[in-house]
Ligand binder design. Structure first.
Ligand code: HAM
Length: 430
């Protein structure tokens, strides 16, 4: 047999990493609960057409797509939003709005494997569906801010923009949406010159080109000043002006509500996914060039999937990348240390007693492992130490006759004889 390994771009999570991933996941669940988002579980495999509809050229190109045995063209989900929009357009069509939906799970993109970019990765995803109002956008920004706070990452900032600024301008220049999309893809990758050349070929006006060029230069944290500057430059394009106003409303509402986060407003910022219609954002930390999360408003997607016209806004957080940021910033997960007991029978005849004791402890919510390798007491003790046991219980005939066991506290390196009845309290410190 060949030596098997993981397929290129796929990773195993060993216990230490899996524990951190699940810890981050548990924080996203806490956020979902606090903000009233209900979890839904959607399939990993969806119809290719659904996944491809508005995901953008880059994601379309990198989709794990294949025909199933029934000849259907399907794909592994590269994101959650399409599945949720499908649900809202069909099964949840008549549900009262707003809907607050939360998903967590693995996604698949055939990206070139590199630091922070994997072919299988994990997201927590939040969608707030049914409201066109800025307070809905604020909720999505705020919950993302709360997640970053809970994780404990430092010096993060929100890169924030609005799809309506560029798209509004291009629509007024008569550029069709499908011709705008490749330009947005280039801008998403900061390939400004290539994007501008495409616009030249599409014969946008000189004024439009000049305006977009000048927008690429603008970025800043001073909301009023930056927005005023953008407004001045796009003043001849009515829909771009209202996009700037909408962004201003969202940011002002956030700050008035007392939320504190650093922003960099970037009017030429675009995202690879094609469905965004309004505010868009990504979260960064100084140590990583790649975003920890991203999202925005998409008011047309549900309609496109055959649903009622339904405005929506959402975000996905990259759990793998949050883990990388924690590593880079040396942030330890706040996972409470729980006692771990290893139970060692000192002779073969006491195996059943050791198993019984373990069951008894687990009923009291104490984590208990039984020595199953048939090792000598000395070797078993060494192994328990290596595995981070907080306590070892030695089941020995002399003590057992008196309904007692020997408990060794591995941290304090102390040993005492304890009544069987008092064992759980001894371990739990009660
Ligand atoms: P996205 O920007 O494609 O948005 O992905 C969101 C986050 O997922 C990224 O910021 C990143 O942290 C993580 N991510 C994406 N690709 C990879 C990868 N190859 N390896 C590791 N992490 C990755 C969306 O997926 C949208 N559906 C977000 C959204 C929800 N918009 C509205 N609602």
């Amino acid at each position: 047999m060949p030596k098997f390994r993981t397929v290129r771009g796929m990773r195993d999570f060993l216990p230490k990493q899996a524990r951190i991933m699940r810890y981050i996941e548990s924080l996203t669940r806490e956020i979902a609960k606090l903000y009233g988002f209900k979890e839904i579980i959607t399939p990993v495999v969806e119809s290719y057409e659904l996944l491809a509809a508005k995901s953008g050229e880059e994601i379309r190109q990198r989709m794990y797509a294949f025909k199933d045995l029934g000849g259907r063209k399907v794909g592994l989900r590269p994101e959650f939003t399409a599945s949720i929009a499908r649900l809202v357009a069909t099964t949840l069509r008549n549900e009262p709005k707003p809907l607050r939906l939360f998903c967590v799970g693995s996604l698949y993109r055939y990206d070139e494997p590199q630091f922070g970019r994997y072919r299988e990765f994990w997201q927590s995803n939040f969608e707030l569906i049914g409201s066109k109002n800025p307070e809905a956008d604020v909720e999505i920004l705020t919950l993302t801010n709360d997640l970053m706070q809970k994780v404990g990452v430092q010096n993060y900032w929100f890169k924030i923009g609005h799809m309506g600024i560029l798209r509004g301008m291009l629509a007024e220049e008569g550029i069709k949406e499908e011709n705008q999309n490749p330009v947005m893809q280039k801008f998403d990758k900061k390939l400004w010159e290539e994007g501008l050349n495409m616009l030249k070929k599409l014969k946008v006006s000189e004024k439009c080109l000049r305006t977009i060029k000048s927008l690429i230069e603008i970025r800043g944290a001073k909301t009023e000043e930056v927005l005023e500057e953008i407004r001045k430059r796009v003043k001849d394009y009515e829909s771009s002006v209202s996009a700037v106003e909408n962004l201003g409303e969202i940011l002002n509402l956030s700050f008035e509500s007392g939320v504190k986060f650093n922003v960099s407003i970037e009017p030429a910022f675009a995202r690879g996914l094609e469905y965004y219609t309004g505010m868009i954002f990504e979260v960064f930390v100084p140590e990583l060039e790649i975003a920890l999360g991203g999202g925005g408003r998409y008011d047309k997607l549900i309609e496109l999937f055959g649903g009622e016209p339904t405005p929506a806004v959402g975000v996905a957080h990259g759990i793998d990348r949050i883990m990388l940021a924690m590593e880079k910033q040396k942030i330890k997960p706040k996972i409470p240390m729980e006692p771990l007991v290893v139970i060692i029978p000192v002779e073969n005849e006491l195996k059943s007693k050791a198993l019984e004791l373990a069951i008894h402890l687990r009923r009291r919510h104490v984590c208990a492992e039984v020595e199953v390798m048939g090792r000598t007491v000395t070797r078993a003790l060494q192994d328990a130490d290596r595995r981070g046991a907080t306590h070892v219980v030695l089941v020995a005939p002399r003590e057992l006759k008196r309904r007692k066991v020997v408990v060794r506290n591995m941290r304090l390196r102390e040993q005492k004889t304890v009544d069987l009845e008092k064992l759980p309290n001894e371990i739990l410190g009660g």
